[in-house]
Write a protein that binds this ligand. Structure first.
Ligand code: ADP
Ligand code: MG
Length: 246
C-alpha cells in the first residue's frame, strides 16, 4: 500500500520511509502527536502531495516515486497518477465543501467531472450516498445552512460517490462541536461494518480502538509502533507512546 515513503518540505524530512499495509476491507487508524506527519502521509496517499521517494499501491495500481542524481522526480506517468487518484478519496477536518454548490451539487461534481458520468447517473449515485449518511432530505440546501456534523456527513457522501477503493479521513471530528461528534463517528462506524477499506487519522482513541483492525503510531515521520489495538495496548513498548494520546 505504502512502501518506504519519503517526503521533504525543503530541509525538513516529514516522512522518513513509512511503510504501511491496509488490507482490503480493513480499518487502520493513525495516531501521533501534532506535527508527526499524519496529514502529510494521508495527503501523499491521495497524491495531494507527491512523495519524493517510495511506492504507493492502491488496488491494482502501483506507482514508484524516485529522483535522479539531480534531485528531479522521475518515472511518473500522468495517466497512472490520474487513475490512482480516482481510487482514493479523502474526508478533511474542515469538510471543504464547495460553498456555491448545493449538497447534491457537491456530491455529484467529481463523479461528473472526473469519472465523466452523466448528470442523471451521478444524481442517482449521489442520492444513494446522501441517503446512506442521512442527508437526503437536505439535498438542495447550501453548506452554510448546515451544522458542522451535517456538512461532514455530506463530505463523506461526496467521498463515497467516487466509489473509491480506499477512503481517507483526516481528523474528521476535530472541527465539530462535541454534540456533533457522534453522528459523524456513527457514519464512519457503519462504513467500517460494511467492510470499507479505510485509513483514519483521529484523536478519538476510544473510537479508534473500537473500529480499527490496525493501529499505527507515527512519531516524527516514522512508524514507532503498530499492530492490532489489543496488541498495541498490551505491549509496554507501544503503551509508552499511546499513553499521552489515550
Ligand atoms: P500532523 O498531521 O501529524 O500534525 P503534518 O503532516 O501536518 O503533521 O505536518 C508534519 C510537519 O510537516 C510539520 O512540521 C509541518 O509544519 C510540516 N509541513 C506540513 N505541510 C507542509 C508544507 N506544505 N510545507 C512545509 N511544511 C509542511
Ligand atoms: Mg494533521
Amino acid at each position: 500500500m505504502a512502501n518506504h515513503l519519503h517526503k521533504h518540505f525543503g530541509e525538513l524530512e516529514v516522512l522518513k520511509g513509512v511503510s504501511l499495509e491496509v488490507p482490503e476491507g480493513s480499518v487502520t487508524s493513525i495516531i501521533g502527536a501534532s506535527g508527526s506527519g499524519k496529514s502529510t502521509l494521508l495527503r501523499c496517499m491521495n497524491l495531494l502531495e507527491r512523495p519524493d521517494q517510495g511506492e504507493l499501491a492502491i488496488a491494482d495500481e502501483a506507482i514508484r516515486f524516485d529522483r535522479n542524481p539531480q534531485g528531479d522526480i522521475i518515472g511518473l506517468d500522468r495517466r497512472q497518477l490520474q487513475r490512482l487518484r480516482g481510487k482514493v478519496t479523502m474526508v478533511f477536518q474542515q469538510f471543504n465543501l464547495w460553498p456555491h454548490l448545493t449538497v447534491l451539487g457537491n456530491v455529484i461534481e467529481a463523479p461528473m467531472r472526473v469519472k465523466k458520468l452523466s448528470r442523471k447517473r451521478a444524481t442517482a449515485l449521489g442520492e444513494h450516498y446522501l441517503e446512506r449518511v442521512g442527508m437526503a432530505d437536505r439535498r438542495d440546501a447550501y453548506p452554510a445552512f448546515l451544522s458542522g456534523g451535517q456538512q461532514q456527513r455530506v463530505a463523506i457522501a461526496r467521498a463515497l460517490a467516487m466509489e473509491p477503493r480506499l477512503l481517507l479521513f483526516d481528523e474528521p471530528t476535530s472541527a465539530l462541536d462535541p454534540e456533533r461528534v457522534n453522528e459523524v463517528l456513527g457514519v464512519i462506524r457503519g462504513l467500517a461494518d460494511e467492510g470499507r477499506t479505510m485509513l483514519l487519522v483521529t484523536h478519538e482513541m476510544h473510537f479508534a480502538r473500537e473500529v480499527s483492525d490496525q493501529l499505527v503510531y507515527l512519531d516524527q515521520g516514522q512508524i514507532a509502533c503498530s499492530g492490532t489495538p489489543e496488541d498495541v495496548f498490551a505491549d509496554p513498548r507501544c503503551r509508552q507512546f499511546m499513553a499521552p494520546a489515550a
